[in-house]
Design a protein around this ligand. Structure first.
Ligand SMILES: [Zn+2]
Ligand SMILES: [Zn+2]
Length: 262
């Protein structure tokens, strides 16, 4: 499998970092985790090859905040493949699969998903339902509920990849991602005035240091810090990286376009 970072930022897209989206080639299919503005990269020459000729596109949504979903409206500009959207269901989300018809519908967008030129199926993903295996795929996806405003899901793809974004620091995630080859984890800040005070101030997000603690405690291979804060500069990101590496040495910053073979 090949992992390609399409969008490595959170909240606001910047010239260097689109908002969150990760691409994973799985056999003949393309799996996408979140649909932030990074999804638009699939229209760029360096990324277009990721779209399969005939395979299915599976889009796994961690949650419905716009920095993770605005790309749903880009789809027909990018591909014609059958698309399955996996919408999170959990005790903390008070909606059903029809929620996307509120998000992608007039007056906010001219068409509903059911009217797209792309055939779109929407499935509800219940983290209690156990691992999901898509047709023809050798790997499974597991989901786990996280603490975030409105709820969110973390994902694990076999032993290859875990994708935890928009979540408060959660030691309970350690067993979920144990031994995974690559852990993509959000990092929304660096610690100021100690871990506890930072956790209290971040409200539904994680510091770089805490992301590294999860990676270390889980024995993850490499940690990739993502969903980086858009109002900071490179010096701040480097400081986040340095502090995370002091805890989990095999750590890198996500950049749009970064790839890993899994
Ligand atoms: Zn976000
Ligand atoms: Zn969010």
């Amino acid at each position: 499998m090949e992992l390609v970072v399409l969008g490595s930022g959170g909240w606001v897209p910047t010239p260097k970092r689109a908002t969150t989206s990760m691409a994973l080639r799985v056999g003949d299919d393309l799996w996408l985790f979140d649909a932030g503005t990074g999804l638009a990269r699939l229209g760029e020459p360096g990324f277009r090859h990721l779209i399969p000729k005939t395979g299915i596109i599976h889009l796994w949504l961690s949650h419905l905040h716009l920095d993770h979903t605005v790309g749903l409206t880009f789809m027909t500009a990018l591909w014609r493949n059958l698309t399955v959207i996996h919408v999170p269901a959990s005790a903390s989300t008070q909606f059903g699969p029809e929620v996307l018809d509120r998000l992608v519908a007039p007056p906010f967008f001219p068409h509903r998903l059911s009217e797209f030129e792309v055939e779109v199926r929407v499935e509800f993903l219940d983290p209690e339902g156990g691992p999901v295996r898509t047709a023809g795929s050798a790997v499974t996806v597991s989901a786990r509920e996280q603490t975030h405003a409105g709820g969110s899901l973390g994902f694990r793809v076999g032993d290859a990849l875990a994708f935890l974004t928009d979540t408060a620091y959660d030691p309970g995630a350690v067993s979920f991602v144990r031994g995974v080859q690559v852990l993509v984890h959000e990092a929304w800040a660096r610690e100021e005035h100690g871990a506890e005070e930072t956790r209290a101030s971040l409200k539904g997000h994680t510091s770089a240091e805490d992301a590294a603690r999860v990676a270390r405690d889980a024995g993850a291979g490499e940690l990739l810090l993502s969903h980086l804060p858009p109002l900071r500069d490179d010096a701040y990101y480097e400081e986040m990286l340095e502090r995370a590496r002091a805890i989990h040495p095999r750590t890198a910053l996500c950049e749009d376009g970064l790839t890993r073979s899994l």
